[in-house]
Ligand binder design. Structure first.
Ligand SMILES: O=P(O)(O)O[C@H]1O[C@H](CO)[C@@H](O)[C@H]1O
Length: 291
């Protein structure tokens, strides 16, 4: 490690080598579980799991609802690695630390990243409990110059100036929607734009109104940096937001949100989300090479 915030290629490599020597799984898909969505990992068969505190170079999870475990296993015969707990900048991590696992996954051979999150809705038509397939994002921090790709570019991962105009894979989005149809759940499935803000406070009414006017459908405090880093290194990306609350856009009514309520709603759709992610992964066109 060079300095507190600067991570070099060997740091990612060291963590990847440690993991490769501690599991025989060779994942092609990585899944990041959002707040309260750690049960996505429960569907993995033949699990090898590691607390983050045991993995060299890994940051630690500090947020309730993020267990802090890396789980390897199989979903319908497809080898996956699942983060039960992600890292947020508001926890005090640099953005390069919050996205450290994504580059490690790349070195493990992961080709597709599935990101999930809990988010508040701005879109008037959305209801609490809706699942939003992420079509695109607005990275408020990135627009303001806070980007995990800041600093010397690591050409081994990707180019200095990566495009971001088609990040969320169209085929996977269609596949997910078709799956929702066959599962009979389209009445609570949406497709929309996610916006990442820094947190940890929830939005003021004026901020909520601003985001709404910008065309944001759902807002949260994660995901965009992971997606930027994954896309930079050539991974295919698919994302889901679970709408856990309506963001308050009025001074006169609306229930102030809190993290406990977010975690409660996550439980409500856990089964549907688990089935959707499992089926999606099982239908993905990937070669499964086991070690
Ligand atoms: O984005 P995930 O990790 O799902 O968590 C969301 O839930 C927390 C707020 O309740 C914030 O961290 C927000 O980003």
């Amino acid at each position: 490690m060079h300095s507190k915030d600067q991570i070099c290629h060997e740091d990612y490599q060291r963590t990847a080598s440690w993991l490769l020597s501690h599991t025989e799984h060779r994942p092609k898909v990585a899944i990041i579980c959002g707040s309260g969505l750690g049960m996505l990992a429960d569907a993995l068969k033949c699990q090898d799991s590691f607390p983050y505190s045991d993995i060299p170079g890994f940051p630690q999870s500090t947020v309730q609802g993020h267990a802090g475990r890396l789980v390897f296993g199989e979903l319908k015969g497809k080898t996956c690695v699942c983060m039960q707990g992600r890292f947020h900048m508001y926890e005090g991590h640099s953005l390069s630390k919050t996205t450290f696992p994504v580059r490690v996954f790349k070195l493990l051979g992961v080709e597709t990243l599935v990101v999930t999150n809990a988010a508040g809705s701005l879109a008037d038509s959305y209801q609490v409990g809706d699942i939003m397939i992420i079509k695109d994002h607005i990275n408020v921090l990135g627009l303001a110059g806070l980007n995990p790709l800041n600093g010397p570019n690591d050409d081994k991962f990707g180019p200095r100036f990566p495009p971001m105009s088609c990040v969320y894979d169209k085929d996977l989005r269609k596949m997910a929607f078709d799956l929702c149809k066959s599962m009979g759940v389209t009445q609570f499935v949406q497709e929309g734009v996610y916006c990442m803000v820094g947190g940890p406070n929830f939005e003021t009414v004026a901020e909520a109104r601003l985001l709404h006017r910008l065309g944001v459908d759902a807002v949260g405090m994660s995901t965009a940096p992971e997606v930027v880093v994954a896309s930079h290194c050539g991974m295919r990306v698919f994302g889901l937001s679970l709408i856990t609350n309506k963001v308050v856009k009025s001074y006169d009514d609306g229930e102030p949100v809190n993290h406990e309520a977010v975690l409660e709603v996550s439980k409500l759709r856990s089964q549907t989300l688990q089935s959707l992610v499992t089926e999606l992964v099982s239908q993905m066109d990937i070669n499964n090479n086991t070690a």
